[in-house]
Design a protein around this ligand. Structure first.
Ligand SMILES: NC(=O)c1ccc[n+]([C@@H]2O[C@H](COP(=O)([O-])OP(=O)(O)OC[C@H]3O[C@@H](n4cnc5c(N)ncnc54)[C@H](O)[C@@H]3O)[C@@H](O)[C@H]2O)c1
Length: 331
């Protein structure tokens, strides 16, 4: 029986239950499932477990040559629990004939719901209204509707498309920026392609769903943030360093924009001393956009299906397989 070892999730009731459910599902595919919870990432233990498994389910820690060169012949497959793969050295994996995949789409609805809920909550002043109630002063902070407004979606992949779908009930005018656009899908959601600066200048809310890479580093920089309308909001559930946090702090502090929602940061955990935590026009969450029971289970299940396909010689989806060139070096 082939074995997969998971390094995702810390010990808690929900992860105990999900891991047991995954173990049973894996068994139905003749796969042995092992869970090594990684409260603290321990590279030596990770390597040891991977050496004794055919596959690994990995989180957001860095995986590079120093790990891959020690894996030996048994482990041929690493599956990213989620979508972003900015911490995995794909070239090094390819060099060692190691296949790297991700679980595209499994968590996209959860992330899209998070983005939409942040947009609506920011526009309706939830944070400042809650603080008002706590203070005992019964003032009313006036918000703005999202219905019928112009929404910018930056990155129109699995999550961007889900957000567009959720927005259909809001009758919004949707502008999309994506350098590799799927024009049919953009039409399907009545969206329009736009330049990145048009999105910053024209939208009432902007939501970012791009991978972190050199082209997206500081994509939401000070110049662009200052192009935004004074009551517009910006939300990033993608990765840190796509929004310039220092510039964002300045424009929020000066009330140049309406608000911001961040789930991801240049440094995680976000230090409690971050000036962003002092503002009332911001929503900050600890990288939990994908953390719903539904998305977690869909991701575990998809990971087992990917392993089953891989070891039974079935083609993996193009959107999941991150380094198709690995085949040239397979031992
Ligand atoms: N906060 C979380 O828990 C969480 C969960 C899932 C995903 N994410 C992040 O969100 C990102 C998007 O997720 P997804 O599921 O939609 O991924 P996806 O791969 O389905 O879509 C990414 C989209 O970005 C586009 N893109 C690539 N480079 C771009 C660029 N330079 N400018 C604009 N668009 C570009 C691609 O063409 C694609 O359409 C992931 O890369 C990941 O880093 C975060």
């Amino acid at each position: 029986m082939k074995r997969i070892v998971s390094f995702f999730g810390e010990h808690s009731e929900v992860f105990e239950e999900l891991n047991e459910r995954t173990r049973k599902y894996a068994l139905s595919k003749d796969i042995e499932y092992m869970w090594h919870s990684q409260e603290d990432f321990n590279q030596e233990e990770v390597v040891k477990d991977l050496q004794n498994s055919e596959a690994g389910l990995i989180d957001i820690e860095p995986y590079g040559e120093d790990i891959f060169k020690q894996l030996g012949d048994r482990c041929k497959l690493l599956i990213r629990f989620g979508v972003g793969f900015d911490k995995v050295d794909l070239n090094a994996a390819t060099k060692y004939g190691l296949c790297i995949t991700r679980t595209t789409g499994a968590n996209s609805m959860s992330v899209a719901e998070m983005a939409l809920s942040m947009i609506v909550a920011l526009r309706r002043q939830h944070v400042v209204n809650r603080a008002t109630v706590n203070s005992g002063v019964w003032t009313k902070n006036i918000g703005n509707e999202t219905y019928g407004k112009t929404i910018g979606i930056i990155g129109f992949g699995a999550t961007g498309q889900r957000l567009a779908k959720l927005l259909t009930g809001f009758d919004c005018n949707i502008l999309v920026y994506d350098p590799y656009p799927n024009k049919k899908l953009i039409e399907k959601y009545n969206a329009k392609l736009a330049e990145i600066d048009e999105i910053f200048a024209q939208c009432d809310a902007i939501s970012i769903h791009v991978p972190y890479c050199p082209e997206t580093h500081m994509l939401a920089n000070e110049d662009r943030l200052r192009m935004m309308k004074s009551n517009a909001v910006i939300v990033c559930t993608a990765r840190g360093n796509i929004v310039d946090e220092e510039a964002l702090y300045k424009v929020l502090k000066e009330k140049k924009i309406g608000g911001a929602g961040l789930d991801v940061y240049s440094e995680e955990p976000l230090p409690a001393s971050s000036p962003l935590t002092t503002l009332d026009n911001v929503i900050l969450t600890p990288h939990v956009a994908s953390q719903t029971y539904e998305a977690l289970w869909a991701t575990y299940k998809k990971a087992i299906d990917i392993m089953d396909d891989f070891y039974n010689g079935r083609e993996l989806l193009k959107s999941d397989l991150l380094n198709p060139e690995y085949k040239e070096n397979i031992k």
